[in-house]
Design a protein around this ligand. Structure first.
Ligand code: MRU
Length: 363
């Protein structure tokens, strides 16, 4: 871990590739924010795997980009000399990285994309094949910047001037290359001159809302009010929220959406208060190979995240814990999905196919 405080700039990069072919992946260590801005330098695939698993890098699109660079690192460190060994090692690294976190389909989308890019190279040397992996990762990284901007542009009109907006977890620049998905919509509306009041769910148990979203909003001088997750119903009842917007980790063919645990509850609350609930996500978050949200694998995480939040025990030592990291919001609760391909409204299988096409299958 490199102490990045001395290198900090107004908006540090969530991920960056440092140097050329012999270079390394640098990530903001998001577990240390907002108290410390520090970086993890990865020159081995094991470091990338650990960074994804431990949520040093997190958020569906950022996980995918980190994994793509991780593939290059994993193949590079093996020093393979012939094509068969290259593809054997490539498949080994892809399957290893695929075991880091199961829910965000962007991970599998990215791994599949680098695999296909390597397979499409006709008769090159092993060193060309290897270079091709880095180029593909860099391409995905650059494309994500553009995609996030477009999502912001597509979604900004959904936010009326003067509205109260509620968001959950972190779907901002830290969850992507930069700019984000749900937060991109908010940033773009702000750029149109709209005045917004953003309520930020703290997002138990790991506080991505409190630690990351509040930090990003304050950096952009957007009025942010932090609330505990359990306060959302009361805040809606008081009429302070006119819409909800969140990101997504996997959206399946019928429009069901997996996102950070607590999202489903918010969607139900929004319906009860007749408040529109929006999701913003890139095409790479869609998994049209699954027909319903029932089939989405839900990551289960350590009980300690619930019993020992940030270093202190807050529950009896022997209590049993259930800690699913994501939940599934049924499509019927979602007013629209904002993508770089356009707005999906209504959220139906047919409209998803029209906007997203038969884009890709998941795992
Ligand atoms: O466990 P995390 O922090 O990776 O969960 C992140 C989310 O749930 C985000 O909302 C989602 O990945 C979308 S990020 C643009």
């Amino acid at each position: 871990v490199t102490d990045g405080a001395s290198k900090s700039s107004a908006s540090p990069e969530t991920l960056s590739w440092v140097g050329g072919k012999a270079g390394h992946l640098r990530l903001i260590d998001q577990t240390l924010l907002p108290g410390q801005l520090a970086f993890v330098d990865c020159d081995r695939v094991e470091t990338v795997w650990e960074a994804i698993q431990a949520l040093r890098v997190r958020g569906a699109p950022a996980i995918g980009i980190a994994a793509a660079y991780g593939v290059y690192l994993g193949v590079r460190q093996a020093n393979v000399t012939d094509e068969t060994a290259f593809f054997d090692r490539l498949d080994e690294v892809i399957s290893y990285l695929g075991s880091s976190r199961p829910t965000a389909v962007n991970l599998y989308w990215a791994l599949q994309r680098v695999r296909e890019a390597a397979a499409a190279q006709q008769g090159p040397s092993v060193s060309d094949l290897q270079d091709g992996l880095l180029e593909e990762a860099r391409r995905m990284h650059a494309e994500d910047r553009q995609i996030c901007r477009t999502i912001g542009h597509v979604g900004a009109d959904l936010l009326p001037d003067g509205s109260g907006v509620l968001t959950h977890c972190n779907a901002g620049g830290l969850a992507t290359s930069e700019y984000g998905t749900a937060l991109a919509v908010i940033f773009a509306a702000q750029d149109q001159g709209k005045q917004l009041q953003v309520f930020v769910d703290e997002t138990r148990p790991l506080l991505q809302g409190a630690r990351l979203t509040a930090w990003e909003l304050l950096q952009r001088r957007i009025p942010a009010i932090l609330i505990c997750d359990s306060m959302a119903a009361q805040v809606m009842r008081e009429g302070r929220v006119q819409l909800v917007v969140t990101g997504a980790d996997r959206i399946v063919a019928n429009g069901d959406v997996a996102n950070k645990i607590g999202t489903y509850g918010l969607a139900v609350l929004a319906a009860a208060h007749k408040i529109p609930f929006y999701v913003a996500a890139p095409r790479s978050t869609f998994d049209l190979s699954l027909s319903s949200g029932e089939d989405i694998p839900i990551e289960q995480r350590s009980p300690r995240e619930v019993t020992h939040g940030f270093g202190r025990s807050t529950a009896p030592a022997d209590v049993r814990v259930y800690n699913p990291a994501f939940d599934v919001t049924p499509a019927r609760y979602i007013q629209a999905i904002v993508t770089e391909c356009g707005l999906i409204q209504p959220v139906s299988a047919q409209r998803i196919r029209e906007v997203i096409g038969q884009h890709h299958s998941g795992t």
